[in-house]
Design a protein around this ligand. Structure first.
Ligand code: ZN
Length: 77
């Protein structure tokens, strides 16, 4: 899994971020429109945090839909 440590605007601290998975990218595209570039989005893995943002553009951050909160639990389904 690709991860990196980035500054999370929601947590207010440095957090481990990982690249969005396929479902997350689809959800963002649904929200932002079909032309939205989703291949370089990173999400915070902090507990209860749904923040994502494009690499090098923290100001362009957004939040994933709540269904992605319980990603660890959902992964086993
Ligand atoms: Zn965060």
């Amino acid at each position: 899994m690709r991860t990196r440590t980035l500054d999370c605007p929601t947590c207010g601290t440095m957090q481990i971020f990982r690249i969005l998975d396929k479902e997350e990218r689809a959800a963002v595209r649904e929200e932002e429109g079909p032309g939205f570039f989703v291949d370089n989005l990173w999400r915070c893995t902090g507990t209860g945090c749904l923040t994502y943002y494009p690499q090098f553009n923290k100001a362009g951050y957004g939040r994933l839909p709540k269904k992605f909160l319980a990603e660890e639990a959902a992964a086993g389904e």
